[in-house]
Write a protein that binds this ligand. Structure first.
Ligand SMILES: [Zn+2]
Length: 176
């Protein structure tokens, strides 16, 4: 294992990389609405390069990421804005193999409360069965009353060892 750089040095490195990036950056003259009218909700896992893995280019999509790629209220907030204000229609959900949330339980929340004396308002949303968690995420999107477009919602598991997506068939959809 390599030793980690000083925490502050990491951000300095990013800022330096940005200065380099900007030297060859030209204004793409794009509108904020995603070209492919799609929003991708994915885990924040460092091993998933969403644009490369899905053949996406700058301006193509909205990417909404959090720990687990969980469809939380805040993800619904972003999807609602994505669809109603910026014209997206399709939703792609991506969980993955070896997700950190499979190694946690709701004890994480309990232990945290004991440590800091305050109960977090959020659920950990840990899971054991990644396929089932994708199905649950699909259902949360499909049944959201705030989203006008729920006919093209598909969920996948990304294999971090092969780079391949595996599609998960949705559960029996309740009538909306
Ligand atoms: Zn993950």
């Amino acid at each position: 294992m390599s030793t980690s750089p000083h925490p502050r040095a990491v951000t300095d490195r990013l800022v330096a990389a940005n200065a380099e990036y900007a030297t060859s950056f030209t204004d793409p003259g794009m509108d904020a609405a995603p070209v492919l009218n799609v929003a991708v909700v994915a885990c924040m896992d460092a091993r998933i390069d969403l644009h490369a893995a899905l053949g996406l280019r700058l301006g193509d999509c909205h990417t909404i990421r959090n720990a687990g790629g969980v469809v939380t209220d805040d993800v619904i907030r972003s999807l609602t804005i994505s669809q109603r204000a910026l014209g997206t229609r399709s939703v792609v959900l991506i969980h993955h193999t070896d997700c950190g949330l499979m190694k946690l339980t709701e004890d994480f929340r309990h232990d945290l409360e004991l440590e800091v004396g305050q109960r977090p308002s959020w659920a950990v949303e840990s899971f054991r069965d990644v396929d089932q968690d994708v199905r649950q995420s699909i259902e949360r999107v499909r049944t959201s009353p705030f989203l006008p477009h729920t006919d093209d919602v598909r969920g996948f598991v990304f294999d971090v060892t092969t780079g391949l997506l595996r599609e998960i068939a949705p559960g029996i959809a309740p009538g909306k």
